[in-house]
Design a protein around this ligand. Sequence first.
Ligand code: SAM
Length: 291
Amino acid sequence: MNKEIATPNRTKEILQKYGFSFKKSLGQNFLIDPNILHRIADHAGITDQTGVIEIGPGIGALTEQLAKRAKKVVAFEIDQRLLPILDDTLSPYENIKVIHQDVLKADVAAVINEEFQDCDEIKVVANLPYYVTTPIIMKLLEEKLPLNSIVVMLQKEVADRMAAAPANKDYGSLSIAVQFYTEPKTVMTVPKTVFVPQPNVDSAVIRLALRDGPAVSVDNETFFFQLVKASFAQRRKTLQNNLINNLFAEKAGKQMIEDALETAGIDGRRRGETLSIKEFGHLANILFAKL
Ligand code: SAM
């Protein structure tokens, strides 16, 4: 039986065998610590009835751990050079399908429909390419895929922003976007030393548990997110000034905004970063009704 792919020696052997050179532009930092991979897979709570989507299998270090636990793993990999390597390293496993595609361009809903009919639940587990962490997570959430949870390794700084509570310095539109759809929890921080090559930033594993419905009921999601974005446009400005300057193209909305803040019982002199997701939802619904 071969050693696990993620052991430093086996990884080195595989990279040498194929003369593989890392592409920084594709966020290629591979994990070389089996213990960390076991812990990621454990945090995902996978059973033999779980269908798993992986993004960026690399040489298959995490894929292997997922395949040992899951019913089926479907992995999206953008780098063609990795396909023959994955064919080789993952050959002992029958329950893995690798799709050669940029996940941002993939029709993930169709893949789920096709591949996971016989699974009880679907989870995303990945060590994400750091140059596209946020677009990937937002795509998975905004497409309202039937996912149970997303457990991913990413930059610690991004994990902190996703999980931040109001009034925290990291709280902003990303916190609200992620918390609208999920309950986030950072489950571990990870040192740079467990990757080859080592990334420049600290890493963390975050678990996003998908909510049954959004955290707050809003009449128009697009408008809700426009309002959130406008509220954080200039962090040092008051909520009222940010909304007046950034929500509508013209300042004609000034009176409407002042009235809506009053109806919502929200002091316009507060800063956006002090508002809870519920307060944003309430304010968005009042303003939207006036449009
Ligand atoms: N899972 C492996 C591990 O943990 O060692 C590799 C993780 S590495 C951080 C990120 C992987 O994502 C690389 O294999 C890279 O080629 C791939 N990747 C980068 N951009 C991608 C994209 N847009 N769609 C799919 N895969 C991508």
